[in-house]
Design a binder for this molecule. Sequence first.
Ligand code: RUB
Length: 315
Amino acid sequence: MGDHYLHKSVTDTAKRIKLLEIQGARNVAIAAIQAIEEASKESKAKTKTTFIKELSEAKNVLFNSRETEPLMRNSIRYIIYNVESSPSQSTEELASEVSRVSGMFIQKLEMTKEKIAEIGSKRIFHHARVLTHCHSSTVTNMLRKAKLEEKTFEVVCTESRPVFQGRLTAKEMLDFGIKTTMIVDSAVRNFMNDIDLVVVGADAITSEGNIVNKIGTSMVALAAKEARTPFYVVSELLKFDPETVQGGYERIEERSQKEVWPDYPPGLIIRNPAFDVTRREFIHGIICEEGIISPHSISELMHRKYPLIFESAQF
Ligand code: RUB
């Protein structure tokens, strides 16, 4: 590895992300940013070139921990872009630049989360029955806000097989004092006629306005469309994947068969994609920090609001 090395915070964080000890796009991105920051604070690099090599090795390890995480990629590339374009050559100064940009990014994520909650909670009306799939911290924060506004509503959570992130959602809802029902994933259509609106998170938003979220989301969207139930995606704009503008497809992570059946019989083929794509025609609106927008407007909005995301996409 020459005179540069991988910091333990990076390898540990990548491992925890892979094992789903840290889950959900926002938590994954924040953990990755913090790992990069810690690594650069303790970097022993003597030159800017070595410092950047360390950063890009850390980037590769973190990017490989989970494939479908453009928020993490956008944040880390943006940090590296700032270091590359800094006039400074001193590694101490570059490490402070990493801290500055990391802090700014995390603060931005906090602000967007609150803004989204403020906007989205208005769609949670009195006595609404809200269905959600998997666990999205952006969704649960929005529902918490609606509850704090003293609205009475109930939530239906799917289990979200194979690793049951729906249980995290259910526990959070109960902690917030929200009436909560859990159903198995395959019961969604059965209950859809009793649901007033569906809210799901996103791991990625593509240039065409499609969204990538936990496996099964597209089936929930299909059932919602059939029942004419509004289907909202609740997501910060920084989950937009600039690579999709250039023709790239969002890669869908395929996880271990053992998550589906730990001691599966030999010879059996098991497929376990973590996410699927919900096409924009199924999406009523994307609830983001800029308001409730049509998925059609995403590329234009991104170019206007976050031009640097396109510029830093090469890093
Ligand atoms: C989590 C998932 C979430 C999004 C958004 O999948 O699909 O809906 O990541 O979450 P996994 P957030 O558990 O496999 O990571 O709003 O917290 O970013």
